[in-house]
Ligand binder design. Structure first.
Ligand code: PLP
Length: 351
């Protein structure tokens, strides 16, 4: 039978299982420590969760090496991306970002009347930072960077992005979405919180939805200068997080063993998928995240439908005339389902 409650249940042909490899979730969690903290906090759910908020805030401040007035919590980082779109978007706003990238913030800003200034990734799918810097004129209201980037899984190195943020944030605010930060080889050396600590106008967003496996629990935060945090708070989340979620996040944030385990399982999954792609003659972008992007020789929508008909959910897209599949890492049985479906779908194309 399908996954219980799967929204996709109704549109799929009857199959035994559905491998959901669409949304870059972490199927190896939440951690045991997070679940224990979550359950323990349920009994306190009749109370407003002031104490849980305070405990999480002070732990984040300690872990990030900033004071609490540099932090804003959100129910997932989406709430904070939306708050930034409200503060820096609007009728005269112009948000500059790479293309393709994660589009939640830029789409929110567009809905509020802003223009989206897109700077295409270069041929290797890297950020073209020199063109981005050149295009930053006084009318740009926000620069949005995603590192590692979604959907490519590629990174800007710590040196590159820190130097870019130091220079550009002197002119306009820079928002760095570090949702997949924990999957990088050197997260601490790659985060642009280093710029914030030097006083720069940089906003860093983090989420518990990825390595911490909290996509359904909804916890995220951003770090910025205190005056920026005040602006975002005015336009953004007000006590939207639940006590149990914050309690679980407090446990998970310092569960370094679980983070290590998740990264290890993710790397094993990527190795398996790379192998499938190599054996079937496909190129791919080596990924610093929990998903892999690779070119396909089939129209992207058609490919997605064919994979779905075999019970495998993936994301597909067309970038500059080339079709791509983005597959999230799952448990090995899901990746095996992906491999089987993939081999069948590409062979129908060849025959
Ligand atoms: N930022 C990036 C780059 C993402 O890929 C996602 C989700 O996939 C998000 C933010 C939003 O995550 P959440 O609202 O769950 O924190």
């Amino acid at each position: 039978k399908f996954e219980e409650g799967s929204h996709i249940e109704s549109i799929l042909p009857k199959k035994d299982r559905y491998a959901r490899l669409t949304s870059n979730e972490n199927p190896f969690g939440p951690s045991a420590s997070a679940k224990k903290a979550l359950k323990a906090a349920i009994d306190d759910s009749f109370l407003y969760p002031r104490e849980y908020r305070q405990t999480l805030m002070s732990l984040i401040a300690k872990e990030e090496g900033v004071t609490e007035d540099h932090i804003l919590l959100g129910a997932g980082s989406s709430e904070l991306l939306h708050a930034a779109a409200r503060v820096y978007g609007g009728a005269n706003g112009k948000v500059l970002s790479a293309d393709p990238t994660y589009t939640s913030l830029v789409r929110s800003a567009e809905m509020m009347g802003s223009e989206w200034v897109k700077i295409p990734l270069d041929k290797q799918f890297d950020h073209d930072l020199s063109t981005m810097e050149y295009k930053v004129k006084p009318d740009i209201s926000l620069v949005y960077l995603v590192n590692p980037n979604n959907p490519t899984g590629k990174i800007m190195t710590g040196d590159e992005i820190i130097s870019f943020c130091d220079t550009v944030s002197a002119k306009v605010p820079v928002f760095v979405d570090e949702a997949y930060w924990d999957y990088m080889e050197n997260p601490k050396g790659s985060t642009t919180t280093a710029c914030i600590k030097k006083g720069a106008n940089v906003i860093v967003a983090r989420t518990f939805s990825k390595v911490h496996a909290f996509a359904g629990l909804r916890v995220g935060y951003c770090i910025a200068q205190p005056e920026v945090i005040k602006k975002l708070a005015k336009e953004g989340p007000r006590n939207t997080l639940s006590g149990p979620s914050m309690s679980a996040a407090t446990a998970s944030l310092v569960d370094y063993e679980f983070i290590k385990y998740s990264v290890k399982m993710n790397n094993e999954g990527k190795k398996f998928v790379y192998d499938v792609l190599e054996k079937t003659g496909h190129d791919y972008l080596p990924s610093h995240t929990n998903f892999i992007l690779f070119p396909i020789a089939m129209e992207s929508e058609d490919f997605k439908k064919k994979m779905l008909a075999k019970g495998v959910g993936i994301k597909s897209m067309n970038v500059a005339g080339q079709d791509y599949c983005r597959v999230s890492m799952g448990k090995m049985e899901d990746l095996e389902m992906f491999a089987d479906a993939f081999k069948q779908v590409i062979s129908t194309k060849i025959n």
